[in-house]
Write a new protein. Structure first.
Length: 181
C-alpha cells in the first residue's frame, strides 16, 4: 500500500471513529491536529501540517514526508511512525494465501467505494463495516445467498430495518421491477 492510500484510509477510519459517517477531510485533519496536539509537545516549536502538504502526500506528488510530519501524523492517528511509509512491492503484514490476498483486495475495493459514496452515509457505512469484517468474502457470499432466495431480502429488511421497508425507496422499487420482469 502506498503512503497516500494509507493516509486516505486513516482519514476514513478517523471519520468513522469520530462518528462522522464519512472520511474526515484533509482540512478537518489539519484543524484537529492543531487543536488536539496543541500544547502536547511542551518546550518545542509549534508543530503543524498544512492541507496542501497532506494533499501532496495523498496524491503522490510528495512521496516522502519529513520525520517531524511523520511523527505528528503518527501521534494524531495513533499509529506507529513506521506505518507511514510505502510498503515494499508484494509486502504483506501476515502470512497469506491467495484467498487472503483476494480478500484484502476486496476490502480495499469496499473502502474505496465507501469514499465514492461519502454523500450517502448509510451506503458508505455499510461498505466500511463489510470491509472490516474478519471474513469479507463470506459476507458477500451471504448477501448473494440472501438475494438468491426469493422474498428473503424484503422479509429481512422488514424485520431488521422496518423504517426502510415501509419507506419504499425508489432504489427498492426499481430493483423489485427488475426481479418481476
Amino acid at each position: 500500500m502506498k503512503l497516500g492510500e494509507k493516509i486516505r484510509y486513516l482519514r476514513e477510519v478517523e471519520g468513522s471513529l469520530r462518528g462522522l459517517g464519512r472520511p474526515m477531510t484533509q482540512l478537518e485533519i489539519v484543524r484537529a491536529i492543531r487543536k488536539e496536539l496543541r500544547g502536547a509537545e511542551k518546550g518545542s516549536k509549534k508543530k503543524t501540517i498544512s492541507q496542501s502538504y497532506l494533499s501532496q502526500i495523498e496524491n503522490g506528488s510528495r512521496p516522502h514526508m519529513t520525520q517531524s510530519s511523520r511523527s505528528l501524523l503518527a501521534k494524531f492517528f495513533k499509529v506507529h511512525p513506521g506505518f507511514l511509509v510505502d510498503d515494499p512491492e508484494g509486502y504483506h503484514t501476515e502470512l497469506t494465501s491467495d484467498l487472503r490476498t483476494m480478500e484484502g483486495q476486496i476490502d480495499v475495493w469496499l473502502l474505496q467505494g465507501s469514499e465514492r459514496f461519502a454523500n450517502d452515509p448509510e451506503i458508505s457505512n455499510v461498505l466500511i463495516k463489510t470491509a472490516r469484517e474478519k471474513d469479507t468474502r463470506r459476507c458477500l457470499l451471504l448477501l448473494g445467498a440472501v438475494l438468491d432466495t426469493p422474498g428473503l431480502a424484503e422479509r429481512l429488511l422488514e424485520a431488521l430495518r422496518p423504517e426502510l421497508a415501509m419507506g419504499g425507496s425508489d432504489h427498492g422499487a426499481a430493483a423489485e421491477g427488475r426481479r418481476t420482469r
